[in-house]
Design a binder for this molecule. Structure first.
Ligand code: ATP
Length: 360
C-alpha cells in the first residue's frame, strides 16, 4: 500500500491556471475521489500525478519519495482512462497483459497475473474473444484488468464508467470499490458524478477552478459544507439556498441553506409561507417543489442576493397520500440545527449559531 501526497501542485496552460495550488493526501489503501464540474482541473491533476503532464510548481510524493519529475514508468502507478483503448486485433487475454509483454515480464509470471485478474473480474470465459465480441461493461473490465495485472500499489482512474449505462455503472461502482479494498490499492478516481464520489470514496476532494474547494469524508461534505458552492454541488436534489431576508428575522445579509429532507410542512407556525409549483412522486418519497417570496411573473429566475422575486425550494418527504395541489399555500419549517449559513458575497460558511427559532 502506498501513500500519495500532492503539495501546492500547479499546472498552467498559457495564462490559464488549470491546476492552481492543489494540496491533498491519499493515505495507503484509501479511495480518494476528485470531484467537480467540467473544466475544474480534475483530469489534469491526475495526469500530473501519473507524470503525463509536467508540474509548473509544487511537488508530488509517493511513499515519501519526491516523484515530481520522475518518468511515468518509475512512479508505481497504473492508470485507467475514460476512453480506454483496447487493441481490436488482440484477444482479451493479450489486451490485459499487453503492458507486461512490452516490459518483458516472463511468460509464467504474465500467466499468473492474468489468471488472477480474470478471476477477480469474472473474465475467465472471455479470454479468447476479441474486444468487439464483448459488451461495454466487459470491455471496461478488460481495461480494469490491465490496471490490476500491473500490480501497482497506486491506481488512477479518470471517469472509467462514463461510457456505461446507469445499471452497469452502479454494478461496476461496487465492483471497483470491492476490488480496491480487497487488493489494498490506493485509488485516485476522477468523476463529475457526485453520487459516484459519495458512494465509493473514503475521501472526496471537491475542486473548483483549479483549486480544492473542500476535502473530507462524504459525510463532512454533506453535513458541513464549507461554502455555498459545496452545499449546492453535493446532494441531489441540491440544498435549498435562499436569502435570510425572506425570513424577516435575524441578519438579512446571509444566505440560508436547508437540505430538502430537512424541510417540513407546518400549518400552525411556519417559518416560511410557500406556494406549491408541483409535486414529484418517486415511489418511496415525494418531492414538493414550491416557491417562496413575492409573486411575480412566471419564469423569473431566483434571486439569491435579496428577498425579491420568487425562489424555488424543494421539500423531500415520504410518500404523500394527499399531496398538495399546484398553487396551494403551504407552510414550511425546519429544525434550527438543520440550518447552514453562508456569506452571500464570498459564499463562505459562517460559523455562527443556528438561526433563532421563530416566535409565535
Ligand atoms: P472534464 O470533467 O470536463 O474532463 P476536468 O475537471 O477534468 O474537466 P481538465 O481536463 O483538467 O478539467 O481541464 C482543466 C482546464 O485546463 C480546462 O479549462 C481545460 O480546457 C484546460 N486544459 C486541459 N488540458 C489542456 C491543454 N493540453 N491545453 C490547454 N488547456 C488545457
Amino acid at each position: 500500500m502506498s501513500r500519495v501526497e500532492l503539495k501546492s501542485v500547479c499546472r498552467r496552460f498559457g495564462a490559464h491556471a488549470a491546476v492552481d495550488g492543489v494540496t491533498l493526501v491519499a493515505e495507503p489503501g484509501q479511495f480518494v475521489a476528485l470531484l467537480g464540474p467540467s473544466g475544474c482541473g480534475k483530469s489534469t491533476t491526475l495526469r500530473l500525478l501519473a507524470g503525463l503532464e509536467p508540474c509548473d510548481g509544487g511537488s508530488i510524493l509517493i511513499d515519501g519519495v519526491d516523484r515530481t519529475h520522475a518518468p511515468p514508468a518509475d512512479r508505481g502507478v497504473a492508470m485507467v482512462f475514460q476512453n480506454y483503448a483496447l487493441f481490436p486485433h488482440l484477444s482479451v487475454a493479450d489486451n490485459i497483459v499487453f503492458g507486461l509483454t512490452v516490459r518483458r515480464v516472463p511468460a509464467a509470471e504474465r500467466q499468473r497475473r492474468l489468471a488472477r485478474a480474470a478471476e477477480l473480474l469474472g473474465l475467465g470465459p472471455y479470454l479468447d474473444r476479441k474486444p468487439s465480441q464483448l459488451s461495454g461493461g466487459q470491455r471496461q473490465r478488460v481495461a480494469l484488468g490491465r490496471a490490476i495485472v500491473a500490480e501497482a500499489p497506486v491506481c488512477l482512474m479518470d471517469e472509467p464508467l462514463s461510457n456505461l449505462d446507469a445499471q452497469l455503472r452502479q454494478q461496476m461502482r461496487a465492483e471497483i470499490r470491492e476490488l480496491q479494498q480487497r487488493l489494498g490499492i490506493t485509488m485516485l478516481y476522477v468523476t463529475h458524478d457526485q453520487t459516484e464520489a459519495m458512494t465509493m470514496a473514503d475521501k472526496v476532494v471537491l475542486m473548483r477552478a483549479g483549486k480544492v474547494e473542500q476535502q473530507g469524508s462524504p459525510q463532512d461534505l454533506y453535513g458541513r459544507p464549507q461554502s455555498s458552492f459545496v452545499a449546492g454541488f453535493i446532494g441531489s436534489p441540491a440544498m435549498n439556498l435562499f436569502s435570510a431576508a425572506l425570513l424577516q428575522q435575524g441578519d438579512p445579509d446571509m444566505l440560508v441553506g436547508v437540505r430538502p429532507e430537512d424541510l417540513g410542512l407546518d400549518t400552525n407556525a411556519p417559518k416560511l409561507q410557500a406556494r406549491v409549483v408541483t409535486v414529484e412522486y418517486l415511489g418511496a418519497e415525494s418531492l414538493v417543489i414550491c416557491e417562496v417570496g413575492e409573486t411575480t411573473t412566471a419564469g423569473q429566475t431566483a434571486d439569491l442576493s435579496g428577498a425579491r422575486g420568487p425562489q424555488r425550494l424543494v421539500l423531500r418527504t415520504g410518500a404523500l397520500h394527499n399531496p398538495p395541489k399546484r398553487g396551494e399555500a403551504i407552510g414550511l419549517t425546519w429544525h434550527a440545527d438543520a440550518v447552514h449559513l453562508f456569506n452571500p458575497l464570498d459564499g463562505q460558511r459562517i460559523n455562527s449559531p443556528p438561526l433563532p427559532m421563530p416566535g409565535p
